[in-house]
Ligand binder design. Structure first.
Ligand code: HEC
Ligand code: HEC
Length: 429
């Protein structure tokens, strides 16, 4: 996909970057002179518009909270949404399995890694063509938006029925099954109060309303969008990066180095929208096949993202095969597995893969008859879809990696500043 650069916003952020550097220089100078640093007045920048914190959940969201943690809603009686999306792990799993086990006996393996449920509320609707205005007219950025790794699900409320009814997740046999469980729950009365006395007469309606309640919980509860990372505090003028963090941020933004910001956008958006660290676009970056995923034991099975097997509308557009949605990097340092197939288990390996993919493929890909199988999680005919255009993926086989060891270290220091819990309030102290 072509990717746009928004000059106006980049300039604003560079302005902040410059002032952060200047700020740090000032502080260092006063420390050098042996004087205590003067108390810097906290000028919380009003230009970042953090979402209002809801003091009390609406009745619908409160119902959603109870549904989210209710293990009775699964066939096993052991699994709720929170089993895979744990609140104290940024709503991702606590274990380091590439994919989770579910089903009636909790022994059925999934096929994709579990994303965090934080920072999803700005996810745009999926569109086949995202047009972006440039000086030469509208530029087609390609598919953008939607929920899950392949953008197949249109809304948070539609998403809920997927795990409720998937045989390898909460494994209810039918909508009726779900409706009976809600009707037998401790919150059945509340459900009727919110959705009407007659709600239990139509099981499909119950599943739909369960989705709406879960959506309301995810949109209202501040734990899904706390914005309490050090990055937010720095951008709001309430903290300063350490030297390694600042160096890492430069690598993150440098188009010829990490180039991370091109896809994991760090700009404050229109109307002061806080940086989301994703552009919601899709890319094939050639993540290696994960042999620990049971489905991958079948050599002919491939998870091709946009072009199938879970979504069917784009299966003929084979130039999309292998493309997955760019995830947010907020809280990425808390993740135990990375990418759609959970192949990687730490950021150091992810970063080395990013910069050595084409120069040292033997480190990452399987071999057949002594020959390395580049991009081995894609059938041969679609391997040309893998991104070779955007840095850091643009290096030829013989070229030096886009990042040095020291730069990778700094970059990871910066990624650590995206973890929530640094401050008490959004962008605060
Ligand atoms: C067995 C583990 C498991 C359970 C239980 C589970 N999920 Fe998920 N969730 C996943 C996986 C795996 C994905 C990614 C699916 C994909 O890409 O196809 C996902 C994706 C999502 C997404 C989309 C995230 C994004 O980045 O677009 C939402 C929203 C979500 N789940 C909400 C829920 C809710 C609400 C429940 C409870 C009704 C739930 N999940 C139960 C494993 C689980
Ligand atoms: C051309 C777009 C692009 C660029 C440039 C890019 N990424 Fe990504 N990134 C993606 C996509 C797409 C995925 C998901 C791929 C998948 O799951 O197969 C991803 C996934 C990741 C993940 C895994 C996150 C998770 O939750 O599993 C990390 C970490 C990451 N990127 C960090 C970076 C860093 C750091 C840089 C800069 C060195 C960078 N990316 C540059 C597109 C990009």
């Amino acid at each position: 996909m072509q990717r746009r650069v928004n000059f106006a916003v980049v300039l604003v952020v560079c302005g902040v970057l410059v002032s952060v550097v200047a700020c740090q220089k000032k502080e260092a100078a006063s420390l050098e002179q042996g004087k205590p640093a003067a108390a810097v007045p906290h000028k919380k920048n009003a230009w970042v518009n953090y979402p209002k914190q809801v003091a009390k959940l609406s009745p619908q969201a409160e119902l959603g909270r109870q549904l989210f943690f209710d293990t009775n809603l699964s066939a096993s009686g052991k699994m709720s949404c929170a089993t895979c999306h744990q609140p104290d792990h940024a709503y991702a799993p606590a274990n380091d399995l590439a994919v989770q086990l579910g089903g009636e006996k909790m022994d059925q393996a999934g096929t994709r890694s579990v994303p965090s449920l934080r920072y999803l509320s700005y996810t745009p609707l999926f569109t086949r063509h995202f047009y972006f205005p440039t000086s030469e007219g509208l530029e087609d950025e390609g598919p953008t938006g939607g929920f899950t790794h392949d953008g197949a699900v249109a809304s948070l409320h539609e998403q809920a029925s997927v795990p409720l009814l998937s045989a390898n997740e909460m494994a209810n046999a039918s909508a009726q099954n779900v409706a009976q469980k809600v009707q037998a729950s401790a919150y059945a009365k509340q459900f009727q109060q919110v959705f009407g006395e007659q709600v239990f007469s139509d099981p499909n309606q119950v599943v739909h309303q369960v989705g709406l309640a879960l959506e309301a919980f995810q949109l209202e509860d501040v734990s899904f969008h706390p914005y309490t990372s050090k990055f937010d505090a720095v951008i709001s003028g309430n903290a300063t990066f350490s030297e390694p963090e600042l160096r890492g941020y430069r690598v993150f933004k440098d188009p010829s180095k990490g180039n991370c910001a091109k896809c994991h956008v760090d700009n404050v958006g229109a109307g002061g929208k806080p940086a989301q660290f994703t552009d919601f676009e899709f890319e094939a970056i050639g993540v290696p096949r994960n042999p620990t995923i049971a489905a991958n034991k079948v050599a002919s099975y491939f998870d091709l993202g946009l072009c199938g097997p879970y979504r069917h509308d784009l299966s003929k557009e084979t130039n999309f095969c292998g493309m997955f949605k760019t995830p947010t990097l907020r809280n990425v340092a808390t993740r135990k597995v990375f990418f759609h197939n959970g192949f990687f288990h730490n950021l150091d390996d992810v970063m080395h893969f990013y910069v050595e993919r084409d120069s040292q493929p033997q480190k990452w890909y399987s071999s057949k008859n002594g020959k390395v199988q580049m991009y081995d999680d894609l059938p041969k005919q679609w391997r040309s879809n893998v991104d070779h255009i955007n840095a850091p993926f643009d290096r030829k086989k013989e070229a030096a990696p886009a990042l040095t060891e020291a730069e990778i270290k700094d970059l990871i220091e910066f990624l650590n500043t995206l973890t929530d819990g640094y401050s008490r309030t959004p962008g605060g102290e």
